[in-house]
Design a protein around this ligand. Sequence first.
Ligand SMILES: NC(=O)c1ccc[n+]([C@@H]2O[C@H](COP(=O)([O-])OP(=O)(O)OC[C@H]3O[C@@H](n4cnc5c(N)ncnc54)[C@H](O)[C@@H]3O)[C@@H](O)[C@H]2O)c1
Ligand SMILES: [Zn+2]
Length: 405
Amino acid sequence: MARFTLPRDLYHGKGTLEVLKTLEGKKAMVCVGGGSMKKFGFLDKAVGYLKEAGMEVELFEGIEADPSVETVMRGAEAMLKFEPDWIVAMGGGSPIDAAKAMWIKYEYPEITFEDMCKVFGIPKLRRKAHFCAIPSTSGTATEVTAFSIITDYHKGIKYPIADFEITPDIAIVDPELAETMPQKLTAHTGMDAMTHAIEAYVSTANCDYTDPLAMHAIKMIQKDLVKSYNGDTDARASMHNAQCLAGMAFSNALLGIVHSMAHKTGAAFDDYGAHIIHGAANAMYLPKVIAYNAKNETAAERYAEIADAMKLGGNSVEEKVQLLIAYLRKMNDDLNIPHCIKNYGADSYPCEQGFVPEDVFLERLPEIAKNAIGDACTGSNPRQPSQEEMEKLLKCCYYDTEVDF
Ligand SMILES: NC(=O)c1ccc[n+]([C@@H]2O[C@H](COP(=O)([O-])OP(=O)(O)OC[C@H]3O[C@@H](n4cnc5c(N)ncnc54)[C@H](O)[C@@H]3O)[C@@H](O)[C@H]2O)c1
Ligand SMILES: [Zn+2]
């Protein structure tokens, strides 16, 4: 049985944050990240609106980028004490994802992190609280998805929690919140959204309900991402919608191995001083994975359909796939994102020798490849890589070499 699930309500457009005034409930816990929402005044506004709605409000602040299991457990404890009937998460993907996992633990205090990670194994939520998500970045679309990504820093691995139970009840897609994104964040989150749309379109779980969303998102991102990066505010607002459409697609069509590899490399070299930022990892790996997946005939045809929709030209499927790869690489150049891990600096910008040393990468490669194969996103990829293939693919992502297998 196929299922297509989205939030019950989605409010979009400038100023829609105000809809918080209409929530019905007694207590709202507002979950935010490191301070951008407070700094730009959105946190105060949100709290004001919730109070107008007659709610008692408590804050859970300081959720870090790529949130940890420990943060999730702390947040759940705070919720158990305060007993909110609304969880309002605002900010980037990180605080919203963390709040989703806190919500599970709040409703089921006995549940372990391991249990949460069982794909589509979350028990019924909404016995204690409903969930409202308000994104301030234009990429993850976690405000409409059934996913939450939590990092286990002891293992250096990101784990996706996946279940329609954690699809929020309300999403508020207000582009004003994304206006303050710095250039680098705009680039990374935008390429994350592009990867979501492309992976959803070629996923083995794609369907008539997800295809139009994915394809429209791809065309919007092609038109607006670089403009948004260069400061065009209309394009910035359009990207906020585009990423959300991509999210509606991938939440239901699932993803592929670009994400499996991004999840398993992101925190794998933390001891060398940096993360490989999620969106940047996707941007680097996507062209490689397209070349690998295009050996599957159905996938190649679907990439060619994408190239056609983007009006890239080409006379054969192979040519169209190559043009798509070239276009995405050019986008990375325009957005100052490197093409491979070797050239990924600790500041995420391209450089001669990045922060991941070659010998360390090669030593950790077998384990990373094994973990990537086991990632929840691998199952819906058009090709199922063997250990050897995944290692080869990751090497191409390290050295920026041709994928010919
Ligand atoms: N749940 C999903 O479906 C899903 C999908 C893709 C990625 N993810 C996960 O989401 C996380 C990444 O989220 P993200 O890319 O949104 O970034 P993020 O939430 O990690 O935020 C990155 C930084 O940007 C700042 N920031 C956020 N909004 C801002 C704004 N409007 N102006 C200025 N600064 C702002 C934050 O304070 C933070 O320092 C990763 O952990 C990734 O794995 C989740
Ligand atoms: Zn992503």
